[in-house]
Design a protein around this ligand. Structure first.
Ligand code: FES
Length: 195
């Protein structure tokens, strides 16, 4: 009888151990998927897509650690920014690109704020009281939108992970839409986004 009890206990313990082993990798898997599918290279760069594909689509969205970003290809240059506008979170991935004084700017589709692709500066038209002019001129409000460093290597496009020790106005909306929101999306081309 005692033998039977010991044998049953042995099987029960083996059963508990196998459940524990089975649960381990599953937890790791769900942690990895929280990156939204972005692949991180050993050097820390985050793979966004193939250079040729982005050149064709002209823009692509991606999620890096849950953060929505958009990479534009415009006039031979790649630029990456937070996808949510620093003003009220408008989807910059759906905006038109406009040239203002030789600077490529994304025009937010919600309230038409202009943001330079290269530096993330918010621009506004106004008169500088220190240098008054008869008509308003484009002025900078400073860097409002977080930009992301783009690296092209061997036909692949990568962005660097954001340096969160420095903050920008767009961080508020990047966090707000991190875990869902109507624009929650994986990698998507402009044409797909417009559908
Ligand atoms: S949300 Fe972009 S201009 Fe208002």
């Amino acid at each position: 009888m005692l033998d039977l009890i010991i044998l049953s206990l042995h099987f029960f313990i083996c059963f508990l151990i196998s459940i524990a082993i089975w649960c381990g990798p599953k937890d790791m898997e769900s942690h990895t998927s929280s990156t939204g599918g972005a692949e991180t290279e050993p050097d820390g760069l985050i793979f966004i897509g193939k250079e040729e594909d982005i050149k064709k689509s002209q823009r692509i969205t991606a999620k890096i650690n849950g953060r929505e970003i958009v990479v534009f290809y415009h006039e031979g240059k790649f630029n990456a920014l937070d996808s949510r506008c620093y003003h009220e979170g408008g989807p910059l991935c759906h905006g038109e690109i406009e040239d203002i004084n030789g600077q490529a700017c994304i025009v937010c589709p919600w309230h038409k704020f202009r943001i330079t692709l290269e530096t993330g500066e918010g621009l506004y038209e106004g008169i500088n009281p220190l240098e008054p002019t008869p008509t308003p001129k484009w002025q900078s409000k400073g860097v409002k939108q977080r930009i992301h460093k783009v690296t092209i290597d061997n036909g692949n496009v990568y962005v660097s992970p954001p340096d969160l020790s420095v903050s920008f106005d767009s961080d508020y909306f990047a966090d707000k839409y991190k875990n869902g929101g109507e624009l929650a999306m994986g990698k998507q081309s402009h044409s797909e986004a417009a559908e």
